[in-house]
Ligand binder design. Structure first.
Ligand SMILES: Nc1ncnc2c1ncn2[C@@H]1O[C@H](COP(=O)(O)OP(=O)(O)OP(=O)(O)O)[C@@H](O)[C@H]1O
Ligand SMILES: [Mg+2]
Length: 277
């Protein structure tokens, strides 16, 4: 089946009242199922710029060059996949972008401000206000319930979203009183996404979020991230070594030995339901 989708044309048709609002919504819904296109991403505005960023870990006698000179932009609203083998510098890059670590040299410009020059307090504020994190092993507080984990994150920001609505958004409205040990890996990961979401971050950084999950649960998590990107316009950076997952990104940055090997545009990103591995 061939698809015709020109947003301007649909808008014109709508204006001419040739199609009803409901029809427009239905078309958009079915397209969202087949292909995932971030609305805001189409404008390609730079949210974060990396320029000649390097990171060297000084281990005394040995120096580990985790990141060689790296330059690229992250666009507002895009779903960016960072792909690469173990040790290629993916987490190093994500930690620098998220303000968890500082680069050894180079420029990391978020909304035209170089976060490299931030004081420790400014960097903490940046991390709290702008960035949500999702990790492979969830990193939940084990002695807090699902809801309390999310509530704790909500206390970090001035204008958090509603805890309940975030739990609902990840399909866990009825599991708020459960402790992480009473939940499956996929459920724990959804709690960690709700925890990131409650801060209403503009940038969602995910380091191997499906790495510890089976195929079906992994796809479910990718579906949640996809929806957050499409519906909230949240910029998502997803690290993976799974090449199949790259198909859902608007762009794919491939890393090799601490370097960006290539950056590829993906005009027709796949919906997570259609990814196979
Ligand atoms: N805190 C650290 N101290 C010293 N070396 C480090 C540190 N963190 C990372 N490295 C080294 O930097 C290189 C890149 O590591 P990084 O964690 O960024 O890789 P990665 O692509 O995320 O790998 P993986 O897929 O296994 O998570 C590796 O050689 C690693 O050993
Ligand atoms: Mg890593």
């Amino acid at each position: 089946m061939e698809f015709f989708y020109d947003p301007d044309e649909i808008k014109k048709m709508y204006q001419r009242k040739l199609v009803s609002v409901k029809k427009v919504l239905n078309i958009e819904k079915s397209l969202a199922f087949l292909f995932r296109k971030g609305r805001s991403y189409m404008e390609k505005e730079v949210l974060l710029r990396l320029e000649n960023v390097t990171k060297t870990y000084d281990m005394g006698e040995v120096k580990v060059e985790a990141l060689k000179s790296t330059t690229f932009d992250i666009y507002r609203g895009e779903f960016l996949v960072i792909l690469g083998p173990s040790g290629s510098g993916k987490s190093t890059l994500l930690n620098i972008v998220g303000g968890m670590d500082r680069a050894s040299s180079g420029l990391v410009e978020y909304e035209k401000e170089n976060i490299q020059t931030f004081t420790a307090d400014q960097l903490t504020a940046y991390r709290r206000r702008e960035v949500g994190f999702v990790f492979q092993f969830y990193n939940l507080m084990t002695d807090l319930t699902a809801r309390e984990n999310v509530e704790l994150a909500a206390t970090l920001v001035k204008k958090p979203l509603l805890v309940e609505s975030c739990l609902e958004e990840v399909g866990l409205a009825d599991r708020g009183r459960h402790f992480p040990s009473q939940m499956s890996g996929g459920e724990q990961q959804r709690v960690s996404i709700a925890r990131a979401l409650v801060k209403n971050p503009r940038l969602l950084l995910c380091d191997e979020p499906t790495g510890a999950l089976d195929f079906t649960t992994g796809k479910l998590i990718l579906g949640v991230l996809d929806r957050i990107n499409r519906e909230r316009g949240c910029t998502v950076l997803l690290i993976t070594h799974n090449t199949a997952i790259a198909a859902m990104g608007h762009r794919v940055v491939r890393m090799r030995s601490g370097e960006v090997a290539s950056i590829t545009d993906n005009p027709n990103p796949l919906a997570p339901e259609r990814i196979e591995w």
